[in-house]
Design a protein around this ligand. Structure first.
Ligand SMILES: Nc1nc2c(c(=O)[nH]1)N[C@H]1C(S)=C(S)[C@@H](COP(=O)(O)O)O[C@H]1N2
Ligand SMILES: [Mo]
Length: 354
């Protein structure tokens, strides 16, 4: 007898320089995604940092600029948040018509526990100056933007209210370990409820400003452009849209008659998931899935399952549709936008029962 081959989970590669890889969604079976399976999304090659001599400047419109060492940062009261990080381009390959950009499937998403100091704590120590509007966080990584023919660091801002939210943290640990280098070591901004472009890795400096930030990763990218032929009515990508993903069975899988557990995750940016419905007849009829109890708190996803007893052979389209506490429900059709952000239409897989 041959031993069954052990499948070693892997990431699906979109590009290696810079590194962009996603998690095949069936490999996520844990509420804390381990480093090896954590999707990687980078605009540039990895930065080179000198950890031994790491200092974090906090400057701009503040009463007293700060230069903090890691020791300083570790001494402040910490906070741990379990959050979903979802790339705003997650599921981009499902848009019709197709949009340009990395053709992410369903796995540009992860979840884990981030520990750090609230950004608010640091801003209160430096003192926020008169007229402060936004907080800019700059990363150490940089490169040429071919559209602008200039070199930029990866830099984004938060409105002052979001920056001061008690759960917006400067993280130094991921799942009880120092943050893995590829995910932002030694310090990473974590912005719960927002798409992951906001969570700047490898923080170089933090600046309080009194004018709107205009960097390209905020004003060109990560904007919803609703029209194909012009840039009118654009608005920024911020909070995560209500969404769900079927992890089992897989799309185009062949299965046998009998009892099957349809499994998946559901998440939202604002509020909590209140309902996940499943259809096995392409959306004609819907039944409630079971949401795993006790998980429906904070900024994480919920796992859900649905027992499907199928006796008739044939082809089936299975759909999942999540609802949240703000009454948001996944739409039939996604909101199409030129750069392909925020896809959240009802999820579906096709299976053949034989
Ligand atoms: N410094 C820096 N931070 C960054 C990025 C980046 O390229 N550089 N990419 C952003 C985007 S678009 C996403 S989706 C997440 C990806 O995080 P991960 O690589 O840890 O999965 O990081 C965000 N923070
Ligand atoms: Mo992203």
């Amino acid at each position: 007898m041959t031993k069954p081959q052990k499948v070693r989970p892997y990431l699906t590669t979109h590009s290696l320089l810079p590194e962009n890889q996603e998690t095949p969604i069936q490999f996520i079976n844990n509420d804390s995604v381990e480093n090896q399976l954590f999707f990687r999304r980078n605009h540039f090659t990895y930065p080179t940092l000198s950890y031994s001599n790491y200092w974090l400047p906090i400057n701009g419109v503040v009463s007293a600029p700060l230069l903090l060492s890691m020791q300083d940062i570790l001494q402040y009261p910490s906070k741990t948040v379990e959050v979903v990080l979802e790339c705003s381009g997650d599921k981009r390959n499902l848009f019709e018509p197709k949009t340009f950009g990395e053709q992410w499937e369903k796995g540009a998403i992860s979840q884990g526990k981030w520990k750090g100091v609230p950004l608010r704590t640091l801003l209160e120590i430096s003192g926020i100056g008169e007229g402060a509007k936004e907080v800019v966080v700059e990363g150490y990584d940089y490169g040429l933007r071919t559209d602008l023919d200039e070199v930029y660091t990866y830099t984004r801002s938060l409105p002052i209210e979001k920056a001061l939210h008690q759960d917006t943290i400067i993280a130094y640990e991921y799942n009880n370990q120092p943050i893995p280098f590829k995910h932002g070591y030694p310090l990473r901004l974590i912005v719960p409820q927002w798409y992951a472009m906001a969570s700047v890795k490898w923080i170089k400096q933090i600046s309080v400003i009194n004018t709107p930030f205009t960097g390209p990763f905020q004003t060109i990218d990560y904007m919803y452009y609703p029209n194909k032929d012009n840039d009118q009515n654009a608005f920024p990508v911020t909070a995560i849209n209500i969404n769900s993903t079927i992890q089992k069975p897989l799309d185009m899988e062949k299965i046998n008659t009998g009892v099957h557990l349809i499994k998946g995750i559901a998440w939202t940016g604002k509020g909590v998931i209140t309902k996940v419905e499943i259809s096995i007849d392409d959306g004609y009829t819907w039944s409630n899935a079971d949401i795993l109890p006790g998980k429906n708190v904070g900024y994480g996803w919920v796992s859900w399952s649905f027992e499907w007893n199928i006796s008739e052979k044939g082809e089936y389209t299975i759909k999942s549709r999540a609802t949240d506490s703000f009454g948001q429900i996944q739409p039939n059709l996604p909101f199409w936008n030129k750069k392909g952000y925020g896809y959240n239409a009802i999820d579906k897989v096709k299976v053949k029962v034989e």
